[in-house]
Design a protein. Structure first.
Length: 281
């Protein structure tokens, strides 16, 4: 027997709890999302309704149910080379200019530090690694580290595994890139070791200070803030800004803007892309 629909009070309580544990803001129109995403957990825990499920989640000392809630609620929509413009920006402007600056500074090996915030199952990270490989030819003389952060344990584990289904590959991966950068494993495809070695994944809540990292040259944070309140958006980008190198670049979603929200960042334009850098003091 299916549970009764969320009541107004249950929706309020669940929205508050979800915001507390992962920062996602669900307004009064999102009851259907909570019902659809948590229906499986409702059955798994033999809960008679959403109020009972919430009671069980809050009483779970091991936080196993809380983790399952985060995995269910957070949106893991992603694909390889999603929205081509940021990767063209990376290939033709940001990376060449970054490498030139590091060469002029005499840094050897040339350090390149990139963050994919809310990396989901890793496609953005590996797309970035492919751009680097195709731009540089090989990684000799470079110290490349791409960090993927996500609040979902399940997403981080999947990204670390670096093996993708045919359906995932078909979303954005061309046949020539597939043959060069992946190897078949049964009916799935594994990222080649040279690319996989550049990537590290870990769980993180982006609304909390990011654990110690070297200054980051490029930060991807695309289509993440759309799920946050304005106050949390400011908190998010200030957290990221603390880890962004002075000459680093922040790339957000094509339909997003932080102009007026975070005055410490200055928008820059390259062809069809907009990115942000820290303003000069």
């Amino acid at each position: 027997m299916s549970a009764a629909p969320l009541t107004s009070d249950e929706l309020t309580a669940w929205s508050r709890f979800i915001h507390e544990i992962c920062g996602v803001h669900l307004d009064g129109s999102k009851g259907y999302l909570i019902e659809s995403r948590l229906a499986g957990l409702l059955r798994e825990t033999a809960s008679g309704g959403y109020a009972e499920l919430l009671y069980k989640v809050k009483g779970d000392a091991g936080h196993t149910l809380r983790t399952k809630i985060i995995n269910a609620i957070t949106t893991n929509e992603t694909s390889f080379f999603r929205d081509a413009s940021p990767f063209e920006l990376l290939r033709h402007k940001l990376l060449p200019e970054l490498i030139d600056r590091r060469n002029q500074a005499g840094l050897r090996p040339v350090p390149i530090r990139i963050l994919s915030a809310a990396c989901s199952t890793g496609q953005e990270v590996y797309s970035t690694a492919i751009v680097l490989k195709e731009l540089l030819g090989n990684f000799r003389g470079y110290d490349i580290r791409i960090l993927g952060l996500d609040i979902s344990d399940a997403a981080v584990a999947y990204a670390s595994y670096a093996i993708f289904s045919r359906m995932e590959i078909d979303r954005g991966m061309t046949s020539d890139k597939l043959s060069r950068h992946f190897e078949p494993v049964g009916d799935r495809w594994k990222v080649r070791d040279e690319l996989r070695a550049t990537a590290t994944f870990r769980r993180a809540n982006l609304l909390e200070p990011i654990a110690s990292t070297p200054p980051l040259d490029i930060i991807f944070c695309r289509n993440v803030a759309i799920y946050f309140t304005e106050q949390d958006k400011i908190r998010l980008f200030r957290n990221l800004g603390r880890n962004l190198a002075r000459d680093g670049a922040l790339i957000i979603g094509a339909t997003e803007s932080i102009t007026g929200l975070c005055p410490e960042f200055e928008p820059k334009r390259y062809l069809r892309s907009v990115y942000y850098q820290k303003r000069e003091n």
